[in-house]
Design a binder for this molecule. Structure first.
Ligand code: ZN
Ligand code: ZN
Length: 627
């Protein structure tokens, strides 16, 4: 490599490359607000101070840092070799750093191998060279070499390694790195700690992340935001809210990123009161109400059940992009208003906004949730007119659309014709349709594909077991149960949230932890009696176990949404609507239960489940039993 560079430098040694090394470029660098201050600091520390660096070295360093592309770096690299200053560690490190900035990992590696002297900075840059390219093995290999060579690990190198583990979701290696951090006494360093919080959270170990977070003596805004987002991503948005309140109480002022994060968490929570509070807060602060925040607000209001407020935000946005349009279309879809979604979709072209893949997803979703089969097919077929290739998500919408309408054979053919890899969401949609239309044969096929794709997901076993239970194939049900036990899998817990007196209450199935538990169960008992008099019959198809009818009814009656509704009836003013949010799909029996509750109590019930909104009023639901 060196020889090649030498040859090249002969060609260019009389022109621009040489003129590049002027005093003005040194001045330019000293004024340069290069973001890599941490790296600069390290280099300074390593050479004692900048004063001890010779003027020549400084000229080279500034030239390297001024490189605008990989070709500049290579030219200067050649010059450094030709002029015999390659042995100056500070220069070689800067070259290494610039190669890594331009993601030229192979060049960085070649240079690194040529260096006869290396220090902790060189090693750190190499870790960063590999971590940016996602090469976890090389990154860890270098990391191991650093430890073996007895060099000091620092709060710059370690977070890079931790981030690789995070990106690869490799918590096993992450834990080993954590042990190393403890060994080097870096576990309480705030950069290191923040990186671990982020890694554990992204790897789904939310409680471990929280424990570390609580142990931190200093937390910056980024770490708070990471933790708030982690709760929202793991289905515990109520805790996102509590943490956000605590952050504000500790005097930490959120920035735009933190605000968008909490708005997204509110969307997941589906609590309208919290949405109103956060929106008021935003109005009172000086935030750039740009297109990202505006779009997040649309989504929040839509998911909190206030479609009008979502539309108001949409209409008031001065700048809208294709994502904002898509969010509003999705909002209508979510509320089962396909006609409105289609209207907005057509308005886009009038406003000269070209739809993208997400827009099509939103509009197809709207069609599928309202049973607009022909419109959906037409739009799906028009995608290639916009140069957009349908991916597995679009196919999933189409399978859902056809499947729900009972056109299972067409849906099945569409799946078979797909060239893309089929994922679990696609099969889940198809399976849902097979269940609604009681096609055991196709359902079995879909469920088996799911188990092959994700043998560790308990939900798929439950689905297959459900299918067999519906077909009364109890032997098969038992087999699936055994398989689950053998593999140590547990069912995903279902939660329902309801807000009363400004507090969010969370219920799980058969929950007795609520302080008003006794009252809640009494209320539920009374309510069920009244509903049964009005004609409600528990639909025991939604209980999986091979037990008698009475016991099945008992299990159903304790579903978390029923507990939340009973509590809501006790804790909210007579006649006011009940808003509840469920993290999984609402079951058929709870759906019927809600219809009767809305009829008997005269209350409106706005139920958001993992898939959509159900607005129950006077005994019927806005979804038209289509979900
Ligand atoms: Zn239920
Ligand atoms: Zn419904």
């Amino acid at each position: 490599m060196l020889r090649n560079l030498k040859n090249r430098v002969h060609v260019s040694s009389n022109n621009a490359t040489v003129r590049f090394f002027t005093c003005s470029s040194v001045a330019a660098v000293s004024n340069n607000s290069n973001p890599q201050t941490h790296f600069e600091e390290q280099t300074r520390n390593q050479s004692g101070s900048n004063v001890s660096v010779s003027p020549d070295t400084r000229v080279y360093i500034s030239a390297v840092l001024n490189c605008r592309n990989i070709f500049d770096v290579k030219k200067i690299h050649a010059h450094v070799v030709v002029n015999g200053v390659f042995h100056v560690l500070a220069i070689a490190n800067k070259l290494l750093y610039m190669y890594s900035q331009f993601r030229a990992v192979a060049d960085a590696k070649a240079l690194f191998d040529e260096m006869s002297v290396k220090d902790s900075v060189s090693w750190s840059v190499m870790v960063g060279g590999f971590s940016k390219s996602g090469d976890i093995l090389s990154c860890l290999r270098i990391f191991r070499l650093i430890i073996r060579s007895g060099l000091n690990l620092d709060s710059y190198t370690l977070p890079m390694v931790i981030r690789v583990c995070r990106d690869k979701k490799d918590v096993v290696v992450g834990r080993l790195v954590h042990d190393v951090a403890l060994k080097f006494g870096l576990e309480s360093d705030r950069y290191v700690c923040a990186a671990f919080v982020d890694m554990y959270a992204k790897c789904g170990m939310i409680d471990g992340a929280r424990k570390l977070f609580d142990e931190m003596s200093q937390r910056d805004l980024v770490t708070w935001t990471v933790m708030i987002r982690a709760y929202a991503d793991s289905g515990r948005a109520d805790e996102s809210w509590l943490l956000f309140e605590r952050m504000r109480n500790e005097g930490i002022v959120p920035d735009n990123v933190a605000i968008v994060t909490i708005v997204n968490a509110c969307a997941k929570l589906g609590a309208l009161n919290k949405a109103l509070i956060i929106h008021d807060y935003i109005r009172g602060m000086i935030f750039k109400s740009g297109v990202i925040l505006g779009t997040a607000l649309i989504d929040m209001y839509a998911k909190c059940g206030d479609l009008d407020a979502a539309r108001e935000i949409f209409d008031s946005m001065r700048e809208k992009n294709v994502i904002s349009w898509s969010a509003m279309i999705a909002a209508y879809g979510y509320h089962g208003k396909a006609r409105k979604a289609l209207e907005l979709y057509r308005m886009m072209s009038k406003n000269r906004i070209s739809p993208n893949g997400i827009t099509f997803l939103s509009v197809l979703y709207a069609c599928s949730h309202s049973g607009f089969v022909e419109e959906g097919l037409e739009i799906f077929n028009s995608m290639h007119d916009y140069g957009i290739t349908a991916d597995v998500k679009h196919y999933t919408c189409m399978v859902d659309l056809l499947g729900r309408a009972g056109r299972l054979d067409e849906a099945s053919r569409m799946i078979e014709a797909m060239t893309d890899e089929k994922d679990e969401t696609l099969w889940c949609s198809f399976l849902g349709a097979c269940r609604i239309h009681k096609n055991v044969e196709l359902a079995e096929k879909a469920a088996k594909s799911l188990l092959e794709l994700q043998p560790q997901n308990p939900g798929h076993y439950i689905l297959l077991s459900n299918i067999y239970a519906n077909a009364r194939k109890w032997d098969e049900v038992a087999k699936i149960r055994n398989l689950m036990n053998q593999r140590g899998l547990k069912k995903i817990p279902g939660y329902t949230w309801i807000e009363a007196d400004k507090i969010i209450h969370r219920f799980s199935v058969g929950d007795r932890t609520h302080p008003r538990s006794k009252e809640i169960y009494d209320k539920l008992g009374n309510l069920t009696e009244k509903l049964e008099l009005a004609g409600y019959i528990p639909d025991t198809n939604f209980v999986l176990h091979d037990v008698d009818e009475e016991a099945k009814a008992g299990m159903l009656s304790l579903h978390s949404e029923k507990l939340a509704i009973s509590f809501g009836l006790l804790a909210t003013p007579e006649g006011s609507p009940l808003r509840i949010t469920k993290n999984l799909r609402v079951c058929g029996d709870c759906h019927t239960f809600c219809k009767y509750v809305s009829e008997i109590t005269g209350r409106e019930l706005i139920v958001r489940d993992a898939n959509r909104f159900h607005c129950f009023k006077e005994g019927s639901c806005s979804c038209g039993d289509y979900w």
